[in-house]
Design a protein. Structure first.
Length: 62
């Protein structure tokens, strides 16, 4: 994973009704509301957070 590679994350489902860990992970990724998009550098830490809640996110490589 290259340092200059970016990942675009979009929240596609609400965190309501899911466990606290899922909600905390959304907040840690910087997502607060539906259809919000954030960009992060591609790192093992970010990929690990994505793997915890793949059902709430849409992931695109930029």
């Amino acid at each position: 994973m290259s340092k200059n590679k970016k990942i675009r994350l979009t929240q596609i489902k609400s965190g309501i009704g899911y466990k606290k860990k899922a909600k905390s992970t959304l907040i840690a990724l910087g997502l607060k509301r539906m259809h919000q998009t954030v960009e992060h550098s591609d790192s093992p830490q970010i990929r690990g957070m994505i793997n915890v809640i793949p059902y709430l996110l849409k992931v695109e490589e930029v």
